[in-house]
Design a protein around this ligand. Structure first.
Ligand code: AHN
Ligand code: ZN
Length: 328
């Protein structure tokens, strides 16, 4: 008799578990498993703080490798990561540029819960371009840029995210990687860009390092920025791409994260996908109306703090924090 009661008990538990599972599948419905009616609540993200982190970088001046501003900014970023993250690693190396110049370079990696095998990686480049070669004024084209949008904006958003993650720990492990020497490239020589990410992908900061997926930020600070489906991301990390864009849509940011195809860009994520084998998306501002494919200030002297919009920084930061806090 006791045995009969026990078996009945087990069967009823199994049946109720099955019912719960069916119900969840029904709620998800059809092919687009993520479109839910309930809007999400955006996590705390302080846009003023993010803006401040962007300005702190541009205040050093252009962060061109082999310069004092570059060295000072590396020390600043390392100290900020140490303040917010559980561990920080500075990965120093010498890169060889397309023109043979040896560049003293440094990738910086801040980690939350480094022992957790379930983790994701967030990245941005922290160096700035030595030449404003897309500037309409020829006299400017050999000058170095502030890179407020191209470089500092992504790092600023990630530092504010790190500050928020330190206040409210996520369930998963998170690595924040600031790649160096992304922007010392030459047009037409695709592997001359992303030297820091090429190095990290071949020599990750921990042996056997892996992450479930990654998100790269590039030029996430312009007013009215639009992020579309960059095509290398679509090839290597399609499900992450649609997942992030769905979360943005549910937060009400569908006008910024636009679910439309854009062009492929050989950015840092290309090497993380093809060499490190981590599916990584690129959240990058492309613009078909400027003639360069990028925002109007791209690789010009106008890429400075006056053209950074706190609202864009906030949309990106809140979306990514929402992605992270919804992981189990
Ligand atoms: C290429 O033009 C091949 N890569 C550009 C990636 C980039 C430069 N992102 C920001 N600056
Ligand atoms: Zn650039």
């Amino acid at each position: 008799m006791k045995r009969y009661i026990f078996v009945t008990f087990c069967i009823s538990i199994l049946v109720s578990l099955l019912l719960v599972a069916c119900d969840r599948d029904k709620k998800k419905g059809g092919e687009n498993t993520e479109v839910e009616d309930t809007p999400l609540e955006a996590p705390a993200f302080d846009a003023d703080s993010a803006f401040y982190f962007v300005k702190a970088q541009t205040d050093f001046g252009p962060r061109v490798p082999n310069t004092e501003a570059h060295r000072q900014c590396a020390a600043y970023l390392k100290s900020k990561l140490a303040e917010f993250c559980d561990t920080v690693i500075a990965q120093e190396f010498t890169a060889t540029a397309f023109d043979g110049t040896k560049l003293q370079s440094c990738n910086l990696i801040g980690s939350f819960a480094p022992e957790n095998p379930v983790r994701i990686v967030l990245a941005s480049h922290w160096d700035s371009r030595p030449w404003a070669n897309a500037d309409p004024d020829e006299g400017n084209q050999k000058k170095a840029i502030d890179g407020a949008n191209d470089g500092a904006s992504g790092v600023g958003v990630l530092l504010e995210m790190a500050r928020q993650l330190s206040l409210k720990h996520p369930t998963i492990g998170v690595d924040i990687v600031f790649f160096d020497v992304e922007d010392y490239g030459s047009d037409g020589q695709s592997d001359s860009w992303g030297l820091g990410s090429q190095y990290w992908s071949k020599h990750p900061h921990r042996e056997g390092y892996h992450a479930a997926y990654g998100m790269l930020l590039d030029m996430v600070g312009a007013p009215g920025a639009r992020f579309r489906y960059e095509q290398i991301s679509a090839t290597y990390a399609r499900s992450t791409l649609t997942h992030v864009w769905n979360i943005a849509e549910r937060l009400g940011y569908g006008g910024t994260f636009v679910a439309e195809a854009a062009h492929p860009i050989t950015d840092d994520h290309y090497y993380v996908n093809t060499i490190a084998g981590i599916p990584m998306i690129d959240i990058i501002h492309q613009d078909d109306n400027t003639g360069t494919g990028f925002p109007a200030t791209w690789h010009t002297m106008n890429d400075n703090i006056d053209h950074i919009d706190k609202n864009t920084l906030a949309i990106v930061g809140k979306t990514l924090l929402c992605v992270i806090y919804n992981e189990k």
